[in-house]
Design a protein around this ligand. Structure first.
Ligand code: ZN
Length: 242
């Protein structure tokens, strides 16, 4: 079985559509969405509906939470707060209904899915360094935990002796004796310096995980962002993946 995991679409419909074609080309059997369908990008409504059509499970992200009015945006940066306000006004009832069913965590085959961190999913902590990663291994019992939220893909491995190391690979064969904390990157707003969409493929037949990068028409997304009046900073960052 081939599983696809994607996160942080952020209303980037162009990116989402390019990945839907790639999911087909990669013969993905089941798709899981790890949160932040909306925020920053220009097509939140269409993105939510498309995610709803293709996913077998969907998680709540902090931007989704804010757009549903379930939390205040005072700790959001200026651009995020601005786009949440705009997003709220552009969501249809159908999209709100789909988002209201997003869950904080999901489990399958000894894999935990959560948007931010297994420590406190509802408090939206960022796992930014090895210290954060090491601590978070204590907050899930499954062999593998997949997260999104920082928009930067990584694989952290904990071995039998308890030592925690950062894998430099973009592809890894998972070993039964080890545990893994994997950030699956961002589909719609990557921040690791590579502006292409990022998602994760897990093949349960050979126990492999692989980051997949997908080219999409960034200029088209930027044009729609400018048209709806989203901040220039958000428009510019898409092209550089920061
Ligand atoms: Zn995000």
């Amino acid at each position: 079985m081939r599983y696809g995991f994607f996160s942080d679409v952020h209303g980037n419909l162009e990116a989402m559509q390019a990945c839907v074609l790639d999911f087909k080309a990669e013969k993905i059997d089941k798709l899981f969405f790890l949160g932040d369908a909306v925020g920053y990008g220009p097509n939140p409504d269409e993105s939510v509906k498309l995610i709803g059509d293709i996913s077998v499970a969907m998680l709540m992200g902090n931007h989704d939470y804010a757009a549903l009015g379930l939390m205040e945006t005072e700790y959001f940066n200026q651009y995020a707060a601005e786009s949440v306000g705009w997003t709220k006004s552009s969501l249809s009832e159908k999209a709100i209904e789909i988002m209201s069913d997003f869950s904080l965590t999901h489990e399958l085959d000894n894999i935990l899915l959560v948007h931010s961190s297994p420590r406190e999913p509802e408090n939206w902590h960022y796992i930014l360094d090895m210290e954060d990663a090491e601590e978070n291994f204590n907050f899930f019992t499954q062999r593998i935990c997949l997260v999104g939220h920082t928009h930067r893909p990584y694989i952290v491995v904990k071995d039998e002796s308890g030592s925690v190391v950062l894998s430099k690979q973009t592809e890894e064969i998972l070993e039964d004796s080890k545990r893994y904390l994997i950030n699956i990157g961002s589909l719609g707003q990557p921040r690791d310096g590579d502006p292409r969409c990022c998602y994760l493929i897990y093949d349960s037949d050979d126990n492999s995980v692989r980051f997949k990068r997908v080219q999409y028409n960034i200029k088209d997304t930027q044009k729609v962002m400018a048209k709806v009046g989203l901040p220039e900073y958000l428009i510019d960052r898409l092209a550089v993946g920061r």
